[in-house]
Design a protein around this ligand. Structure first.
Ligand code: SF4
Length: 246
């Protein structure tokens, strides 16, 4: 059932090089300890559903101001109405970006086959051997691998990205991720925001520093033409990139 439970009307951060409107779909099948969307990941959580008609009406009235819509979550592919919502957006002649954890390759394949997606951003939570540990659930690794291949072969634009906290991932883990994703053009490491996380233990931790990630960044630069850091503050410069919401 349709369930948008968060909406940023205009965002500069959620769709690379585009001004977008960001819709948060409720529900997630992962339980990443650093998750910042804990009210959203339980489908029957405390947030109110936003009327789809209201969203479409606003987008229609403002479609000259924005370039597209970002569907994020939670995990948007769990929503049975996702395709019809994207159809409505496409009818407004707006681009669509999908953020996904990669657990639903069937839906990804269908949406890409129908040319409904302009950009896909997939979270790579860990090397495959650590996926279930980091996501704190029993993950079907075949689905994750399949999603990576579908995106690589058919998404018009895409990025893979990993949230980093030193208590979860090491440089050896990133080496395995780099080998797995080899050939992809774009990879991003985003800092883990700490403060209001799904696992309260993470709320008490410090985020990684710019120095903490330098060896890992050097490794990743060897594999990806477009590698970047988000949410890390270079002490010699202004902040590098922005935090991702989760
Ligand atoms: S971080 Fe993303 S994938 Fe993980 S629990 Fe939160 S919404 Fe789900």
């Amino acid at each position: 059932m349709y369930s948008v439970q968060g909406w940023i009307r205009v965002s500069l951060l959620d769709y690379p090089d585009h001004l977008c409107s960001t819709l948060f779909i409720a529900g997630c099948n992962f339980r990443c300890p650093y998750c910042h969307n804990k009210d959203l990941i339980n489908k029957n959580g405390s947030l109110e559903q936003i009327a789809w008609g209201e969203i479409v009406e606003w987008l229609d009235a403002n479609r000259r101001m924005i370039d597209g819509v970002c569907f994020t979550g939670g995990e948007p592919t769990l929503c049975a109405d996702l395709e019809s919502m994207i159809d409505d957006i496409k009818r407004l002649n707006l681009k669509v970006k999908l953020d996904t954890n990669g657990t639903n390759p069937q839906m990804l394949k269908r949406l890409l086959g129908l040319k409904l997606l302009d950009f896909v951003a997939m979270d790579i939570k860990a090397p495959l051997r650590k996926y279930s540990m980091v996501c704190r659930t029993n993950v079907d690794l075949q689905n994750i691998k399949e999603s990576v291949e579908i995106i690589k072969s058919s998404a018009p634009r895409y990025e893979f990205r990993t949230t980093f906290h030193p208590s979860l991932l090491s440089i050896e883990d990133f080496y395995q991720i780099c080998e797995w994703l080899r050939g992809a053009p774009t990879y991003v490491i985003q800092n883990c925001r700490t403060g209001d996380n799904l696992d309260p233990f993470f709320s008490r931790l410090s985020p990684a520093s710019y120095e903490d990630v330098q060896d890992i960044a050097s490794l990743c630069r060897k594999y990806f033409a477009n590698f970047s850091l988000r949410g890390f503050t270079n002490p010699l410069r202004k902040p590098v990139g922005s935090f991702h919401r989760v």
